[in-house]
Design a protein around this ligand. Structure first.
Ligand code: SF4
Ligand code: SF4
Length: 451
């Protein structure tokens, strides 16, 4: 389905209708939070709705109400991420579409379009993402105590950051039900799982770091023993776990016959990447990606670049590493289509969002775009699987969305002030010096300090 036609078809139903609100769900089983899709804030799954109905893990009354509002053509405030893109009509003229269109026209969503109009309450997702635990070995800057217990430990030790809204404060998150033995959400998941599994196009495990949870290996085992057609097993990993655990993961992956996609995040190069993602080793991360692609032939690796204000200056070198991977041959075949990059930009916390930067930094993004376009994938023999390696259309479009997002932002002072407060405090806690790693940000950093 082409994006333009997809948008026209969706808009005939309603200009806020988005299939992701029905068919895509992320459920944080460690604390009972959910959202459809991943852009809006999470909301709590009420335990009384879960009694006798494990499907309420996805079909909360709150979400059912949103689906009804979408069908009534009502504005959905929690869908800000897409609203911003769609409000600017120039975007559409330039072929830039919101995730409402990208997601709804995806293969896991589009075929359910008509079904969504008639069924809003008892919906089985086709794209199910769960986290079993928030145990993690990293403290990526944009993440939070809710998703990483390493962040929780840091805040317990040092307190929240003294930004305008007391960033990362433990008061803002829900931590109950973290024991896996008594957790009602994990119990409901295992009750629901045999019913929902046959409906799944994609099952994805997120975290925390999923490989630090035994439930992950239990569910991988189930999938391995119950293979099904047209099914994708996806898993997030920071690929920064111990050598032993990585080895166990590789061996378990070898038993799964479905298509496997490993999602791993990164959005900067080398030391800058390690500053943004505390706990990762950039070179080890790259080597592990190569090993997966080599040893798991039914696998793809998708790099999620959580593009943020600190990604800008080294994104070119990072892209060049991705390009080298794409240009590699395994068993005499280019692996270009097995290593993909998606560029969602972060909007929260606002002080790390790329749109706090001044427009002079847009030149870096233009350079990235020129590079990607110069390496555009070419299907040299149409109708055959032969091609020259390169970046796909959707990868380039993801990057293009950054420019309007930066240039349209206004009143950035409060976020810039918070940026300086956060970075200085973070340096103090981790013994780092921001300007040694990011000297090209000096002018911007000093300007933030003067606000
Ligand atoms: S409209 Fe956008 S933000 Fe809302 S559910 Fe769809 S894709 Fe997500
Ligand atoms: S690896 Fe994932 S869960 Fe852990 S801190 Fe980073 S973003 Fe958060």
């Amino acid at each position: 389905m082409k994006l333009k036609e997809g948008k026209e078809e969706l808009d005939k139903i309603s200009s806020s209708f988005c299939i992701a609100k029905w068919k895509q769900v992320t459920i944080h089983l460690e604390n009972g939070l959910t959202h459809s899709c991943h852009h809006p804030r999470v909301h709590k799954i009420p335990l009384d709705e879960l009694k006798n109905n494990p499907g309420a893990l996805h079909n909360t009354k709150y979400k059912i109400n949103l689906r009804k509002q979408m069908l009534n053509n009502e504005f959905i405030p929690e869908c800000e991420y897409c609203n911003i893109v769609e409000c600017n009509k120039n975007n559409e003229k330039q072929g830039i579409y919101s995730d409402r269109i990208f997601k709804s026209t995806d293969s896991w969503a589009w075929k359910y379009k008509d079904e969504c109009i008639t069924e809003v309450e008892n919906v089985y997702p086709s794209y199910l993402e769960v986290s079993f635990s928030s145990v993690c070995n990293c403290t990526c800057l944009y993440c939070s105590p809710q998703f990483s217990n390493a962040w929780k430990k840091e805040i317990e030790k040092f307190g929240a950051y003294k930004t305008k809204d007391n960033s990362k404060s433990l008061k803002d998150y829900s931590f109950e039900n973290t024991s896996k033995d008594t957790n009602p959400y994990i119990k409901a998941f295992w009750e629901w799982w045999p019913d929902v599994y046959p409906h799944l196009h994609t099952f994805r495990i997120t975290g925390g770091e999923p490989l630090l949870s035994n439930e992950t290996f239990k569910v991988m085992d189930y999938i391995s023993k119950n293979p099904k057609q047209n099914f994708k097993f996806n898993i997030n990993s920071n690929l920064s776990i111990s050598d032993e655990l990585f080895e166990k993961f590789i061996q378990e992956l070898k038993t799964i016959k479905s298509e496997v996609i490993i999602f791993t995040s990164n959005e900067a190069y080398d030391k800058k990447s390690e500053y943004i993602r505390v706990g990762m080793n950039y070179n080890k991360w790259l080597k592990r990606i190569k090993r997966i692609l080599k040893e798991i032939p039914n696998s793809k690796v998708s790099i999620m670049a959580a593009y943020n204000v600190l990604s800008i200056s080294s994104f070119q070198e990072f892209l060049e590493d991705i390009w080298k991977l794409k240009n590699t041959k395994i068993n005499d075949k280019y692996i270009s289509k097995r290593i993909l990059i998606d560029v969602p930009y972060i909007t929260n916390p606002r002080y790390l969002s790329v749109n706090i930067i001044d427009n002079s930094f847009i030149k870096y993004i233009k350079e990235n775009l020129d590079f990607m376009k110069s390496k555009f994938i070419e299907y040299s023999i149409p109708g055959t699987s032969k091609y020259t390696p390169g970046f796909e259309d959707f990868e380039i479009r993801g990057m293009e969305r950054l420019i309007p997002f930066i240039s349209e932002a206004k009143n950035k002072d409060s976020e810039r002030k918070d940026f300086k407060i956060f970075i200085d405090e973070h340096d103090k806690r981790y013994g780092t010096t921001f300007l040694e790693i990011f000297p090209e940000y000096r002018e911007f950093y000093e300007m933030c300090g003067k606000i």
